[in-house]
Structures are given as C-alpha cells and as structure tokens.
Design a protein around this ligand. Sequence first.
Ligand code: ADP
Ligand code: MG
Length: 297
Amino acid sequence: ATPTAVMVGTGVGASQGILIKGGQALENAHKVNCVVFDKTGTLTIGKPVVVNTKLLTNMVLREFYELVAAAEVNSEHPLAKATVEYAKRLRDEENPIWPEARDFVSIAGHGVKAMVRNKEILVGNKTLMADHNVALPADAEEILAEAEAMAQTGILVSINREVVGVLAVSDPLKPAAQEVISILKSMKIRSIMVTGDNWGTANSIAREVGIETVIAEAKPGQKAEQVKDLQASGQRVAMVGDGINDSPALVAADVGMAIGAGTDIAIEAADIVLMKSNLEDVITAIDLSRKTFSRIR
Ligand code: ADP
Ligand code: MG
C-alpha cells in the first residue's frame, strides 16, 4: 500500500472510533489469523454483580457483607466493586461507613486479605484459601461448582481461617460477543480466550460465546507467554484486552487492541484502541487493514 493509502486507512479508522497508532499496526492487522481475547471487561461487560450468597454459619447477611465490604472497599478489582455495591444495597445507603480494615493486602489474581474487628478476613478464590491453609468445606466446594457451571464466579469468604460464606458474581457476555467470534471464524480467524478467572467459569463462558480454546487461571505474565507461544508456532496474533494485566500481552502481540473503556495502561500498551469499546470493531479494524493492503497484492 502507498503511504497515502495507509494515511487514508488510518483516517477512516479514526472517523469510526478506531485509533490506529501507526502504519505498522494497520499493516499487521490484515495478517492476523488468531485473536486472543481477555475475558473480563473484553468479552464480558466487565461490571460484575452479586447474584447469590450462601452463608455456611448462622451469621447475618448484613454483618457478613459488612466484613466483606470493609476488606474489598480497598481493592480496585471489579469483583471487589461488585461486593461493595451489594453491601451498600443491603445497608440501603449511598455512602455507608464500613468497619476499619487494617493490614490490607491485595493478592493479585487471588483476592484480598485484611484485619477487620480484630479478625482476619480473606475474600477470594480457592488458591487464596489454600495458600492460607483454609480448609474448603464440601458444601462450599459444591456451591462453587454450581456457580461455575452457570458461568458465574464464586468468591470464598473466610473469617479467622474458616470459610463462612460463598458469593456468586455474574458478569454477562457483551451482546455482540457471540457474533464477533462467529464472524471471525468465517474469516478463518481462530479465537482464544485467556483469563485469570477459574477453569470452571472460564469454560462455561467460552462455551456460551463459541470459543473452543481456553486458558484459565492465567497470571499476567502467562497471557504474554501464551501470545509468544502462538507466534512461535507461526500464528499472527492479535490480543484484545482492557486490563493492566493484559498489557504485557498487548505489547507482545503482532497487533494489540485495547478496549477504549479499559485501563490507561492497556490503552498505552496497545497498537489499536477501540474507542467505542465495541467488540465488533475488532473485525472493522481487520477489515480496514485488509482493504488497505489488498491493493498491493
Ligand atoms: P481476571 O482475568 O478475571 O481479571 P484476575 O487475575 O484479576 O482475573 O483475578 C483472578 C481471580 O482472583 C478472580 O476471578 C477472583 O476469583 C480472584 N480475585 C482477584 N481479586 C479479587 C478480589 N478483589 N476479590 C475477590 N476475588 C478476587
Ligand atoms: Mg479484563
């Protein structure tokens, strides 16, 4: 393609809310034969809501959520926000004051830990519990499996190393997600999902959206590793993501595409920014590249 064609292509992209950072990004996009999607906030809406709570002791729901919110209010994670929102609604207040949390620690990919009312509160996944030697009761295991089968994420809560409740959080697919995957398939482009979420939930979401290849329980570094492995096997890879933990993979990919509504770090790391945060624009961007670069064939 001539420099003029590239300029025109970039301009057309911009007019459609697709910010292409340079000619190389536009050129690489038409060679892509594999798209790696982050799950949360990319394939899903990214605003999880609490849909179910099961208490394993005779604790009162309000008191349970007070402890959860006291710990989670210190976290930026979307799951943390979901729990705090729910706790607010139970209190029927816009800005409730939660009990003070001391020694708050956010454990990336696993959950949070804090001292609330002189009790140690853990909120997170199975690994968080295992790493703190918290035994998983059989009923908690069952509730988790049920949630995961419904594509929900189960979150465990322990007080002083005893699991006291499980809450289920739902983050529905974006309306266009299924169609985008099926169109990519028709363009002979394979879709892969990577997520830090657990295997059960990840597989349920993947089935719903029509993705066959899933990598779950991925650490941030592993998302980039996955992209590099695909490249080493000869694939031309686009990565689509929104989170801080997607940034290394966005950089590693042949084309990194960030969701406009995502974190600044992801937007900076990407070659293409989907300003409207529409998943369809993954296809628009590839199409635009194909149109721009087909002229030289
Ligand atoms: P994702 O790729 O879905 O953004 P993360 O790597 O951020 O996943 O987190 C992986 C898992 O760790 C989550 O699915 C959840 O089970 C657990 N987790 C992480 N942060 C929190 C938190 N603040 N509260 C509860 N659970 C959390
Ligand atoms: Mg995400």
